[in-house]
Design a protein around this ligand. Structure first.
Ligand code: ADP
Length: 235
């Protein structure tokens, strides 16, 4: 990688009661880069996002961001430094409107962050601005979660399963929008089941299986890799 990495994850181990959910995972992300994180259910993708976002602290290994070791920083401190995320199951403030949810997140914004109005346009939620969050369908709730993350002005956004429930047209639009974030120097790690979506987003994926990285490279090459096919694409 020619550019200085924004994020460096080195030999991360995370155990739950003796079970190794992550078994020595390493990766790097450059500023403004999109990395796809794929692999079968239970392979450790969300756990890795939880370790990078600070929800979990690992039992071994190192997380470095902008050259600083942040392995044991709490989540809010990482957020202040520009690491933000979405959740597989979003938890908006249900009795607030979409706009109010975004405005609340914007209170924690870093300089130069997209305004609530901009992120509502960006995520296609502008028409739903005055609706209560609880009235949104599940894919709109994911978009709201993304809007809330974006309005804090992150440099690294961890996106967990955004495509689920989106139709082909929405998927295409979402992939387009996410690619534009790179123009604003935002890097993304995208955990995704939907390989077509990943393919529209990025040419670099990491494939995980059983807590380990089994492949790094393009999705096209991953599809030809016998180990990847055996554990993932073939099942
Ligand atoms: P993926 O996101 O790839 O589907 P996860 O990271 O959610 O996989 O899970 C990896 C493994 O770690 C699974 O076997 C899961 O059951 C286990 N795991 C994840 N979080 C916890 C937890 N908080 N407590 C116990 N086991 C967990």
């Amino acid at each position: 990688m020619s550019r200085e990495p924004l994020l460096l994850v080195d030999k991360i181990v995370k155990t739950f009661g003796g079970f190794k959910a992550l078994d020595g995972v390493s990766l790097q992300v450059a500023p403004g880069e999109i990395l796809g994180l794929v692999g079968p259910n239970g392979s450790g993708k969300t756990t890795l996002i939880n370790v990078i976002s600070g929800l979990y602290h690992p039992d071994g290994g190192l997380v470095q961001y902008q050259g600083r070791t942040i392995t044991n920083w709490p989540m809010h401190r990482r957020a202040r430094h520009g690491i933000n995320r979405t959740f597989q199951i979003p938890k908006p403030f249900k009795t607030l409107t979409v706009a109010e949810n975004v405005e609340l997140a914007h209170h924690f914004a870093r300089p130069g962050a997209m305004t609530p109005r901009e992120v509502l346009e960006f995520t296609g939620l502008a028409d739903a601005a005055d609706r209560l969050a609880q009235s949104l369908n599940s894919s709109q709730q994911k978009l709201l979660d993304l809007a809330r993350a974006l309005t804090t002005g992150p440099e690294l956004v961890l996106v967990d399963e955004l495509a689920a429930g989106l139709g082909p047209h929405e998927l295409h639009q979402m992939a387009d929008s996410l690619r534009h974030l790179a123009d604003r120097a935002m890097a993304l790690i995208v955990v995704e089941h939907h390989l077509g979506f990943v393919n529209q987003l990025t040419d670099r994926v990491i494939v995980m299986n059983a807590g380990k990285e089994i492949f790094e490279g393009s999705l096209a090459l991953a599809a030809q890799d016998p180990i990847v096919s055996a554990v993932y694409l073939g099942n």
